[in-house]
Write a protein that binds this ligand. Structure first.
Ligand SMILES: Cc1cc2nc3c(=O)[nH]c(=O)nc-3n(C[C@H](O)[C@H](O)[C@H](O)COP(=O)(O)OP(=O)(O)OC[C@H]3O[C@@H](n4cnc5c(N)ncnc54)[C@H](O)[C@@H]3O)c2cc1C
Length: 386
């Protein structure tokens, strides 16, 4: 058997493991978690025990040392199955936060945090957005000012919309460390434990979708951080952020592809079952063409996202290409979730039908991780220059 066939087979087996996990641990509980507005801690422990967290982190730090494709499959499959709250918050933990630590963290940070993350004992979050600054991150107001007497940094400010905002055990926070220069040259990332004095988690934010993906405000009032808590280099936080953004945007694009395919799967099944005017809806030409269009859109996006993942694996994915993948796939996800819901008629508007959740969950994909407008800014600068 050649090598790529062997990998294909391993991926198929891995997908089956993910599906079996979802059937056993998520399927019967998900609706309740959506009502509760939070994922239970035990889910994280179970994900860790099943080897579904931080799988592409090297074995020496508790991961499986698996290739990127295995790591993205988890997000892909949970999105396809309609568990976008799980896939979203898991992606923040495994595919984003863990990689900040792996790529920019100190040896001490890697050895301390990554094994706990892979086991599901510690949940990670990242806090960039503030009430007054999201797209324009350079406008953040959170500061970390060095106390020359103690050598410690003192963090003050607030963050909002933070995923895993209730459950997290530590958060990577973006703060200004040099107020005399533009934020791009004077911002630093700090790793802060949830039980640090002065750090308060705000209440769970109520959202239109992704209900169980706990999201919160965070308040930093005189939180002390020693220099060993810096992730990456002092004042160079923006460089670390820029380096990690292609990965973040790719994973959102993968989630979009999974969600589109999942929405199409349940819709196609419904169209074969539901009858109107004496025949299944799947026999009506206008509906057949709509499905053909949406399938084409999903497949073309999947192909481009796969191409980007291959580049990411070689560390060659540009910010512009990652932005194209995010823009195209999340916009397509919105159209497909809407188009599929329409084909369910009134049932599509009923909460008990998974397509209605696919529709509301899809909306944020065009907003977080950089809005569609910001993606267009990045792409147009790449194409046309500044
Ligand atoms: C459910 C959820 C989870 C999130 N999780 C996290 C998280 O874990 N960590 C984190 O740090 N953040 C998180 N975010 C925040 C998210 O990344 C921001 O909401 C997003 O980047 C947009 O910022 P904003 O909300 O401040 O909107 P704004 O920046 O105020 O934008 C408002 C509108 O103006 C447009 N706009 C802004 N600038 C331009 C421009 N130059 N040209 C054209 N249009 C522009 C935007 O596209 C948007 O349509 C999350 C958000 C949500 C909703």
């Amino acid at each position: 058997m050649n090598q790529s066939l062997a990998i294909e087979e391993e991926i198929t087996l891995f997908k089956k493991t993910i599906e079996a996990f979802a059937k056993k641990e998520i399927e019967d509980n998900y609706s309740q978690w959506e009502i509760d507005g939070i994922l239970p801690r035990q889910l994280w422990e179970k994900l860790g025990n099943a080897g579904l967290l931080c799988v592409d982190i090297p074995e020496q730090y508790g991961g499986l040392g698996a290739p990127l494709h295995f790591a993205v499959n988890i997000v892909d499959e949970f999105s396809r199955l309609g568990y976008s709250s799980v896939s979203g918050n898991l992606a923040v933990h495994s595919n984003i936060v863990a990689h900040y630590i792996l790529n920019a963290g100190s040896e001490e940070q890697k050895a301390y945090y990554l094994p706990k993350m892979a086991a599901g004992d510690y949940i990670g979050a990242i806090a960039m957005t503030e009430p007054g600054a999201g797209s324009d991150l350079q406008g953040i107001k959170t500061t970390a000012i060095k106390n020359s007497a103690t050598g410690e940094y003192v963090i003050n400010g607030s963050k909002t919309f933070i995923s895993n905002g209730q459950n997290f055990d530590f958060v990577i926070v973006v703060a200004k460390t040099n107020l005399a220069v533009p934020a791009s040259k004077g911002t630093t990332l700090f790793i802060i434990d949830a039980d640090s004095k002065g750090l308060t988690k705000g209440k769970k934010l109520k959202k239109m979708g992704l209900h169980s993906a706990d999201t919160s405000e965070l308040f930093f009032e005189g939180v002390s951080a020693n220099p060993r808590q810096i992730v990456g280099e002092l004042d160079n936080g923006f460089i670390t952020l820029m380096h990690e953004l292609p990965r973040e945007r790719s994973i959102l694009a993968v989630a979009a592809c999974g969600a589109m395919e999942g929405a199409l799967e349940i819709t196609i099944k419904y169209l074969h079952e539901r009858e109107a005017f004496g025949k299944p809806l799947s026999q009506l030409q206008v509906i057949r063409h709509k499905i053909a269009e949406m399938t084409t859109e999903a497949k073309v996006n999947r192909a481009y996202v796969n191409q980007c993942l291959a580049l990411l694996e070689r560390n060659q994915l540009s910010t512009a290409d990652a932005s194209i993948a995010k823009l195209s796939s999340t916009e397509a996800q919105g159209r497909i979730a809407d188009g599929c819901l329409q084909l369910f008629g009134g049932y599509g508007y009923m909460e008990e039908y998974p397509i209605s959740r696919a529709f509301t969950d899809a909306r944020v994909q065009r907003i977080y991780g950089g809005t569609s407008e910001i993606m267009k800014e990045i792409i147009s600068k790449d194409v046309l220059g500044k």
